[in-house]
Design a protein around this ligand. Structure first.
Ligand code: NAP
Length: 483
C-alpha cells in the first residue's frame, strides 16, 4: 500500500530546480502515525544547504519579479489546475504522513489549491495610488514592489495548505521563497515541487529544505541581508523566537500562531446547526487546528440538549487508519501530541470534569485518541488555557451575554471565536466585543482563501489570504513628483 503511494515522492532537497542530497548526507525518518512505521527517509538540510537555497532564490528573484503580472497569474492558475488533477494522490500522501482521515485530507487539498487560484487572480490587482500633496502640490505616487526573498516556515497540521497559503501570495507578488516544512510532514511539499515545475514556476523561485536543525537553518537565513520577509505558521513560542531573530535584520514578519477558540451557544441558537458547526470547528483535522474550538460556552438553558447531541455525534465517528474509507477520525500526529491530550484530559477529570464520551486510550499501534466530550470542566483546568490540539470538547455553561463575552475574551490568544444565535443583531453586537481576528457567526468554519485570516494578541501578526495576504510580500514605494 505504501509503495504505491510513495513510488514517485521525492525525498531530497529542492534547490534551484534540482534535487540534491544534504551537504553532510544526513537524513531523517518520516513516520506513519497510524502504524508507527517508517515510511520515508528525507534529506536533512544544513546551513550550507540553506546558503545554496539563498543563492538560488537570489538568482531567480530579478527574473521572476520582472515577469508580467499576467504571466505570473497564469502560472499560478496552472498550479491550481495541476494540483486538482492530482488531488487524490496528494490527499493520500497527507493522510499517510499526518494521519488525518481522507475526507479531511481531500478538503485540505482543495483548500490548498485554492490559494493558487485566488492569487492567480490577485497577481494582476497590484493597485497603487496617486494623489496631490496638500501643501506642496507635488504628486504622491505610491506603488507596491516585491519585497525580496521570503523564508517560509510551516507546521505539520496542514502540510499542504499552510504552505500554499504563503507560496501563492509570495509568487503573485513577485518574490522567490525558501520553505522549511515541518519535520513530521515534509513529503507533501516535496511532492508538490514537480507539479509547480510542470506549471512553469522557474528554477529557484520555490525552494524546499526540510531540516531537523530548524533553529540553526532558519536562523541563518533570517540573518542573510537578501531575505526581506519571514512568514511563519506554528506555535506562539517558536513565533516569538523568530520575531526576535527577525528584529536583527528588520524583516517583514507575518506570524500565524496559536489559538484558544471559544464556541458560544446562546439559548436562542438553532441547536442542530450549532452541533453541525461544533463538529466542524472541533473535529476538522481531529482537533489539530489553530482554529479548533477549544472552549465550549453553552447557555445553561440549552446545555443538556447541546451536550447530549454533541456526545451522540462524537460517539458516531469511526476511528481508524485515515486511509481506510469510512474512517473519519485518524491518529494524532505523534506520541508527544497524544501525550499532551492525555495529560490535559487527566487534569480536567481530576478537577471534576465528567466524561460523556471517549477519554480511554485504544490499544496500539498508532497515536490514536478517541472523540471525547467533557462537561462540568472547572475553570482552573489546564485545557481552558492551552491548545488541546486533539479531539476533545470541553463544555461549560453561562447565564448572561456579558458573562459569555468576558469568559471568551479571557485568554492571551485572539485567533478565532464562534457563536451561535438566531438573533443577528445580538450576533453582530457580540462579535464586535470579541477580541479575536476572526469570528464564525452561525458557522463552524472561517478559513477561506478570499478572506483575511489571522489573529490578535498572542495569535499573531499580519493576515494570510485575501488581498492583504499578497501585501505581506510587498513593500510600498512612494515617489514624490513634480511635473
Ligand atoms: P511549531 O513547533 O512551532 O513548529 C512549526 C514550524 O517551526 C516547524 O516547521 C518547525 O520545525 C519549525 N521550528 C521549530 N522550532 C524552530 C526554531 N527554533 N526556529 C525555526 N523554526 C522552528 O508548531 P507545530 O507543532 O508544528 O504546529 C502547531 C502549532 O501551529 C499550534 O500552536 C497551532 O495553533 C499553530 N498553527 C497556527 C495556524 C495559524 O494560522 N494561526 C495554523 C496552523 C497551526 P520542526 O518540525 O523541525 O520542529
Amino acid at each position: 500500500m505504501y509503495d504505491n503511494l510513495l513510488a514517485n515522492v521525492p525525498t531530497d532537497l529542492w534547490i534551484g530546480g534540482k534535487w540534491r542530497k544534504s551537504s553532510d548526507n544526513s537524513r531523517f525518518d518520516v513516520i506513519d502515525p497510524a502504524t508507527e512505521r517508517k515510511i520515508a527517509s528525507v534529506a536533512n538540510a544544513t546551513v550550507e544547504d540553506a546558503k545554496a537555497a539563498l543563492d538560488a532564490a537570489d538568482a531567480a528573484f530579478e527574473g521572476w519579479a520582472k515577469r508580467k503580472p499576467r504571466e505570473r497569474g497564469e502560472i499560478l492558475r496552472k498550479c491550481y489546475e495541476l494540483i486538482m488533477r492530482d488531488a487524490e494522490r496528494f490527499a493520500k500522501l497527507i493522510t499517510l504522513e499526518n494521519g488525518k482521515a481522507l475526507p479531511d485530507s481531500r478538503g485540505e487539498v482543495a483548500y490548498a489549491a485554492e490559494f493558487f487560484r485566488w492569487y492567480a487572480e490577485e497577481a494582476v490587482r497590484n493597485l497603487g495610488s496617486i494623489s496631490t500633496a496638500p501643501a506642496s502640490g507635488a504628486r504622491i505616487v505610491a506603488q507596491h514592489k516585491p519585497a525580496g526573498i521570503a523564508v517560509l516556515v510551516t507546521p505539520w497540521n496542514f502540510p499542504a495548505a499552510m504552505a500554499t497559503r504563503k507560496i501563492g501570495p509570495a509568487l503573485a507578488a513577485g518574490c522567490p521563497v525558501i520553505l522549511k516544512p515541518a519535520s513530521d510532514t515534509p513529503l507533501t511539499m516535496l511532492a508538490l515541487m514537480p507539479v509547480l515545475e510542470e506549471a512553469g514556476v522557474p528554477a529557484g523561485v520555490v525552494n524546499v529544505i526540510p531540516s531537523r536543525s530548524s533553529g540553526k537553518v532558519v536562523g541563518h537565513m533570517l540573518h542573510d541581508p537578501r531575505v526581506r520577509v519571514v512568514s511563519f505558521t506554528g506555535s506562539t513560542e517558536v513565533g516569538r523566537k523568530l520575531l526576535h531573530e527577525a528584529a536583527d535584520n528588520i524583516l517583514k514578519p507575518a506570524m500565524e500562531l496559536g489559538g484558544n477558540a471559544p464556541f458560544i451557544v446562546f439559548d436562542d441558537a438553532d441547536i442542530d446547526a450549532a452541533i453541525d458547526g461544533a463538529m466542524i470547528a472541533k473535529m476538522r483535522n481531529m482537533g489539530e487546528a489553530c482554529t479548533a474550538a477549544n472552549r465550549f460556552y453553552v447557555h445553561e438553558k440549552v446545555h443538556d440538549e447541546f451536550a447530549k447531541k454533541l456526545t451522540d455525534k462524537m460517539k458516531s465517528l469511526k476511528m481508524g487508519n485515515g486511509l481506510d474509507e469510512g474512517v473519519n477520525l485518524g491518529p494524532l500526529v505523534n506520541k508527544d501530541g497524544r501525550d499532551k491530550v492525555i495529560e490535559l484530559v487527566d487534569d480536567a477529570v481530576k478537577k471534576g470534569a465528567k466524561v460523556l464520551a471517549g477519554g480511554k486510550l485504544p490499544e496500539g499501534p498508532g497515536f490514536f485518541y478517541p472523540a471525547t466530550v467533557l462537561t462540568n470542566v472547572s475553570d482552573d483546568s489546564k485545557m481552558l488555557n492551552e491548545e488541546i490540539f486533539g479531539p476533545v470538547a470541553s463544555i461549560q455553561t453561562f447565564t448572561s451575554e456579558d458573562e459569555a463575552i468576558k469568559r471568551a475574551n479571557d485568554t492571551e490568544y485572539g485567533l478565532v471565536a464562534y457563536l451561535y444565535t438566531k438573533d443577528l443583531s445580538r450576533g453582530m453586537r457580540v462579535s464586535e466585543k470579541l477580541d479575536f481576528g476572526m469570528i464564525g457567526l452561525n458557522r463552524g468554519l472561517v478559513s477561506d482563501p478570499a478572506a483575511p485570516f489571522g489573529g490578535t494578541k498572542q495569535s499573531g501578526l499580519g493576515r494570510e489570504g485575501a488581498h492583504e495576504g499578497m501585501m505581506e510580500f510587498m513593500e510600498t514605494q512612494y515617489v514624490s513628483v513634480s511635473w
